[in-house]
Design a protein around this ligand. Sequence first.
Ligand code: PLP
Ligand code: SF4
Length: 460
Amino acid sequence: MFDPSFKISNEPQSHCSISLPEPYRFDDTEFWRAIPAWRDVDSEAFGEFRWQQRNSITSLPRISQVLGEIANPSLLSDIKAGLLRARMNIRLTPYVFSRINWEFPEYDPLRRQFLPLGSEYKPEHPLANDDSLDEEGSKVRPHLVHRYPDKALFLPITLCPVYCSFCTRSRVVGGSTAVKSKSTYGAKPSDWEESFDYIRNHPQIEDVVISGGDALLLRAKHIRLIGKTLLDIPSIRRIRFATKGVAIMPMKFTSDGEWMDALAEVATYGKRLMKEVALHTHFNCDREISAWTTRAMSALCEIGLIVRNQSVLIAGVNDNFSVLHQTFKGLSSQRIQPYYLYQHDMIPGCEHLRTTVHLAKSLSMKLQGSMTGFNTPRVVCDAPGGGGKREISSHLLYDREIGVSAWSSPAAKPGKTFLYYDPIHLLEKEGKTIWNNPTEIKSRVASIKSKALDRASAFV
Ligand SMILES: *Cc1c(COP(=O)(O)O)cnc(C)c1O
Ligand code: SF4
């Protein structure tokens, strides 16, 4: 029955007055107090984005310092060995750091994403590639990638509030590491005009993804500038800000008023022009959802932003149905729409995190029909070499023995075929043997390539 006392509040809700059914009442304990250095930090301090930024963990000595008496020396030396091979710097917000179960860090899905261990690494795949999606090949301006006919990817910044060891842009995002030197850039608005001009001059572009790096680190005035400039272009129908923020620093949305005002302004501006303004975030497993997520989402719902999620399928993190199902149901309950689940890209340093295409297909099969249709993510493989996102079951052929799948991409790259390679350590014995024989693997791959070209012609 209608409750006459019910009123829609105009106040941004910084505290959770939302009532959720039991399975969706996420962790609201003061879990960070399990970390010795933060034992005395109250929820008010912990809930401040500035505190989160200031106390972010960016080095091994800092890890050992905050863990204090619970630090495990053998784990620390394993992390040290991992860092010698890592292509991404260490950077974790205290929020993410304290979501890790430090009693069993070896198996922890969050530790695995942000702090690679030396003992985890597998031999590199011979065809792993720094720029596996060939973004450089579709780069039309220094900060703009234009691969698909009607959408473009704008990269105004290469910094992030956390660094994921599986980052697909590890060649440019974050600072240099022991094995990878980079020339990263922060936000420089004077450099953006040429990208805006390109978009103005290509009216077939209707959709711009604002990514990086992470849009969370753009200043309020930059959010406003980018948002309004793009929305003012007549051909643009929709824009999205890509940020891992909701997953790794939800406090930004409840405690950075100036930044939220800018985002709200852009959202309202879009509404007036009947254009879509969305935020795309990046959760990978259910352990990343807490009561802080609910608070952030409550604030984002208030300003009327559409929020979607893009996950990566990662071995040892979310490579089973029950974790994925729980994650996507949990996100949906917070009005975060699961949008994509990506097959892991073929970037170097990630063999221990990749899975086979076969696994992705079987997970996709189980996910379909297990929840609301529009909340069921599309499981896709971003075809190496610039084929773009392809439905996981839409390969032209798949030789499971050697783990090679072939794809075509009529919309992005007509007439071409693309190959994805499963991790060799996950193949059966026969497949591994073939990979050890250069002549044999060469001829097997060549035959896949030619069959694929044949089949592709059936789909033009
Ligand atoms: C993913 C991506 C987009 C956006 O694609 P959607 O399928 O609409 O999410 C645009 N440009 C590039 C280069 C991309 O990789
Ligand atoms: S937040 Fe995104 S861009 Fe930044 S390191 Fe992680 S995956 Fe890469």
